[in-house]
Design a binder for this molecule. Sequence first.
Ligand SMILES: [Zn+2]
Ligand SMILES: [Zn+2]
Length: 466
Amino acid sequence: MSGSQVIGFLFCQRHQLAKQTIRYTPHAWVVPTPDCYEHQSASGLVLKQQFHQYILDTYLRSRNLDVVHVHTHFGDEPPTFSPIDDRHEAEYARFLAFCYRQKPRLISGVFNESLEKSEFRLWDRKGIEHQQISFCNSWFAPINTTTVPEETESIFTRQQVFGTAVQQQLGQLKVALIGCGGIGAVFAEQLARLGVKNWILVDPDRLETTNLNRMPAATHKMVDQRWQKTNYVKWLIKKVYTIGSHVQALPLSVEDEEAKRTIATADLIVVATDNHRSRQVAQELALEYARPLVCLGTHIEIKPDRDSRPRLYCRVTVPPLGGNWCLMCGNMINLQQAALESAPTEITDLAAKAGYIDGIDAPAVYWLNSICASQGVGIIHGMVSGFFDLDAGLDWIYDFANLNWLKTDTSHLHSSDCYFCADDISHLSDGRYKPPRSAQVSPPQEKIAFSSDVMEQTNAANSFVV
Ligand SMILES: [Zn+2]
Ligand SMILES: [Zn+2]
């Protein structure tokens, strides 16, 4: 489509993380085809009114999303908004405020021709002022609340080789851990010692004697005092950081609304439970709020005949954020099992008698849990450092008896009609125009975050689109 501009709409869910921090999660990407335009030329673009009304009603009125209006400028220079853009966008911001009661905010973006450079801004509803927000493509850049680069703490001297920036990013990353049992506890202990200080811990259970062979530094006294597992893991993390860490312990089920709300504010969700239902909820939350998800689990199988070797596995799964596949369509969890697990106790008991539920008091050993937890921590380190590209997702199974890491070919997992993760891209593109890579490949991948009072100081470095 050379010789003319292109535009696209990204519809985002607004998610207030804190008083002054909002994350916009893209849910739909619309690229109009030429027949959607009244008029399309180098001088400007006018969408057919009917089409325009249709997309706004669909995404703004019915789904309560905010709109990011994106267009391109010619050339390879870093693009800047033109006076014409200013005028049109101011009008558009007023139009949106006038037409829609829920008052969607207009975010606008301009890309250069190669779609490699961009600039974004957020308009007020009166169409008078706008705040600049910057944009980056990392899944992992946490919502930054400080610009002052801290010195790398001396406890991390031996990790300096990975770079100060990585250490700082780890220090700012907020991790929600669902499941503070045998795998979760080891995982938290290790990731905390790598440098992660901000945690949300979710687990409704208390420590029991049968946990003591797998929970680092847990004691009989803690069991006698009926410690919540979340408090125990909090204690583990606080042993690393007497100051400077923030740990929220939520002794709740992952299905609890407060737990869900809190998990959604994390930068990364990790699920390390032994049941299908909680993994399903974790995956649903990850998809809804476009959060990266890391799923950890082990499996031990002993055949009744005494001669065969036990089979021990651990599995680390990271579904892609773009929604190409998920734990459900990738068959990492069993939905029937999940449904049984969320059923009332009487039904669960009946099902258990009939042999339909496994995973209850499943066999577990500390060393296998540790392999699994370490692998998960390593993958997160790689994701944050950028030495792992996880766009396609990852599913690794360690087959201990055969000393083999099996890597699922994730290209076989792609599912275009999954009830849970099928992408919500409106394919209105004519196929010639490629929308920005980040948006096209994985639309719910970026978050747009800004801190409004910081931006009033026009410090773009403090506010970003991830
Ligand atoms: Zn422009
Ligand atoms: Zn799926």
